[in-house]
Design a binder for this molecule. Structure first.
Ligand code: GMT
Length: 374
């Protein structure tokens, strides 16, 4: 099959999922063409993988460059000349509407190209909720040949936030490739971050407001008063400066290491004892799943699709958004002794196994076959 994948190339979860999906499809013999404005950060080339860049000109008339139009034109070009069988667009805005436009242009030339839209989260729960996007998103979802959402919660939110959506949505959860997480000999590295055997906590995100990274600091501040511990922050984003300010106010900077953006977080996750995910909302929480695949239990909020990933009292604990006292109490329970921590670590890994790519990839392939009538 020849598949075109449209995604954001950045560190966000949707780009990672799209890249890992395309890579796995290519490994199974499909020809996969990525179409984006820059090469996806996790994309490693192999024989079956191709990348087509969408470059927007900076004509001075435009205060805002018409990315969606350029993307549509690029899709027309790639579908036509690479003879693609289908398009799979990740994140509704503006990828689904660009795919619809490309489909119509190609139809006028006698070419039929089905497109699948995968909804990832903020395209529905945050940005997408903005009334200025609503009619276009609703239309593009309804016009898609198939639609998937990464969790049951996101599917429900889509119908709730977009009442005129009448398209059947299939839930295909996010995944990890477990074999990437088999990292041994972390002892030395652990010592680099925790020289006196302190517990290591970790948070990975894009430091946007929705992640409530300040709660991570407040939880950590409570934990370290009871259990010697260190905190590793991975990622970068608009809230980073506020977080640095808060760590000075709380006088915790000497126990926190900020590593910035990391393309493959497996190595650093493998040294951690506990993952903190304090988000206001999270359609799935891929970062938590990546932690669990690294045998790291998760302290999280119970919002959105997180309960479909993190099992309360088993792979970690969940608390209401903003309840930092409860999060700290649960974290201390997990970290208090080696035996309890080992149990939670084993459980986290067990739970992660449900989301191994070998279980999820066939769901996408089945959907592709269905759309193509194979
Ligand atoms: O987390 C983000 O802000 C980035 C965003 C994205 O689209 O890249 O992540 C969303 O998609 C991920 C992959 O499906 C999900 O695991 C995240 O939970 C979701 N983020 C939110 O819903 C806030």
């Amino acid at each position: 099959m020849k598949i075109g994948i449209v995604c954001y190339p950045t560190f966000g979860g949707s780009g990672v999922v799209a890249t890992e999906l395309g890579t796995a499809l290519a490994a199974k013999g499909h020809q996969v063409h990525f179409i984006s404005y820059s090469q996806p950060v996790r994309l490693d080339f192999s024989g079956n993988l191709f990348y087509h860049e969408v470059s927007v000109s900076d004509y001075p008339l435009f205060d805002y460059q018409p990315y969606e139009l350029v993307l549509s034109s690029k899709l027309v070009d790639v579908v036509k000349y690479e003879k693609l069988d289908l398009l799979h667009v990740h994140y509704a805005i503006p990828h689904a509407s660009a795919a619809y436009m490309a489909k119509q242009i190609l139809a006028s030339q006698g070419i039929n190209i089905p497109f699948i839209t995968t909804l990832h989260g903020t395209d529905i729960t945050l940005v997408g909720k903005d009334p200025s996007f609503e009619p276009v998103i609703t239309f593009a979802i309804n016009q898609s040949d198939a639609v998937t959402a990464v969790s049951e919660s996101l599917k429900k939110d889509t119908y709730a936030n977009f009442p005129s959506v009448n398209k059947e949505i299939s839930v295909i959860p996010n995944f990890i490739r477990l074999e990437d997480y088999k990292i041994e000999n972390t002892h030395c590295e652990k010592k680099m971050y925790a020289p006196y055997g302190e517990r290591i906590l970790i948070h990975v995100s894009n430091f946007r407001k929705v992640k409530r990274v300040e709660d991570v600091l407040h939880v950590f501040n409570q934990i370290k008063k009871v259990i010697p511990s260190k905190l590793i922050l991975v990622g970068d984003g608009p809230e980073r400066a506020n977080i640095e300010k808060l760590c000075r106010e709380l006088d915790t900077c000497s126990d926190i290491k900020s590593l910035g953006k990391i393309v493959n977080p497996e190595q650093i996750l493998s040294v951690a004892d506990l993952f903190l995910l304090t988000s206001e909302t999270e359609s799935f929480g891929l970062a938590a799943l990546e932690a669990m695949a690294s045998k790291v239990p998760v302290i999280s909020t119970n919002s959105g699709g997180i309960p479909e990933v993190n099992i309360h009292g088993y792979s970690g604990y969940m608390s209401n958004v903003g309840d930092v006292d409860d999060m700290a109490k649960n974290a201390i329970h997990i970290l208090k002794d080696d035996a309890t921590l080992a149990t939670f670590k084993a459980n986290a890994y067990e739970q992660a196994q449900k989301f191994d790519i070998t279980k999820i990839l066939p769901m996408y392939e089945d959907l592709y076959n269905k759309v193509l009538g194979i």
